[in-house]
Design a protein around this ligand. Structure first.
Ligand code: SAM
Length: 243
């Protein structure tokens, strides 16, 4: 998979050299390029923003610079525009389901906004060339799209075949079955007078699976009841309904 990130703060993407994503890049599983938007800015000040039409505070990122940048990045692989991802608090939330869809693309480009965001015509124009998806990290406002880009690249990378040592870990993660994962434990068996739940040491795989499912249901009901509603009755068996 090829990923291009366009930003005015390329250094903010430095963590993509580390850990899982860094290893995936070095293994040739992910081809990642970070571009400085200002490379497409003209004029002595290399401005990338201007005041908003209609008035109001702040500055808006100009379509002329973004248009040139996205055209150039897209043309790097002329027959594959891939999916353009645009982080914005005004987008639909980034969910594991959406991430799983992005992970099947051969190419992703992420356009990181700053200031009051990117001129609204940029996504309209980009959609003439390929799919565009706006996404939000959550109901809060960040200063720029770089943190959202880091989150998207890391979440997608975990699902690219070969990136995780054990692909089963992604299959068992929270959200894969629509629920939050049960708590996890490791040695020592007792720590600060707190014991690991005995069933996890029983060797009874059926009982362990049941225990995990129960805790997963409890946890989801407590903090994300909306996820249970979304699953619908057919996702639960008789035993689930007793929890
Ligand atoms: N004026 C915009 C609004 O209210 O929707 C907020 C702009 S924000 C200060 C600047 C940039 O940060 C956005 O263009 C986007 O790239 C990024 N950003 C901020 N919050 C975000 C969020 N919750 N999810 C994804 N990106 C976000």
């Amino acid at each position: 998979m090829r990923i291009d990130v366009v930003t005015i703060f390329p250094d903010h993407l430095a963590p993509l050299d580390d850990a899982i994503v860094g290893r995936a890049r070095r293994a040739g599983l992910i081809d990642l390029y970070v571009h400085d938007l200002r490379a497409w800015a003209t004029g002595v000040h290399q401005a990338v923003d201007d005041s908003p039409y209609g008035g109001g505070p702040g500055m808006v990122m100009t379509p002329t610079v973004w248009g040139e940048a996205l055209d150039a990045v897209r043309e790097a692989v002329p027959d594959d525009p891939g999916v353009l991802l645009v982080p914005t608090p005004a987008g639909a939330p980034m969910t594991q389901r959406r991430v799983a869809g992005w992970a099947t693309a051969t190419r992703l480009t992420i356009a990181c906004g700053r200031y009051e965001g990117i001129d609204g015509r940029v996504t309209v124009d980009a959609a003439r060339h390929g799919p565009v998806e706006e996404f939000s990290l959550g109901d809060y406002v960040l200063a720029g799209g770089e943190v959202a880009a880091l989150a998207a690249v890391e979440a997608v990378s975990r699902l690219v075949p070969g990136v995780l040592g054990n692909p089963a870990s992604a299959e068992l993660d929270s959200f894969s079955d629509g629920l939050l994962e049960a708590p996890a434990y490791t040695r020592p068996e007792t720590w600060r007078d707190l014991d690991v739940p005995p069933v996890l040491r029983s060797g009874d795989h059926g009982a362990v699976a049941r225990w995990r499912r129960d805790r997963s249901l409890e946890r989801t009901a407590a903090v994300r009841p909306d996820l249970l509603d979304r699953l619908g009755a057919a996702a639960f068996d008789r035993r689930d309904r007793e929890v």
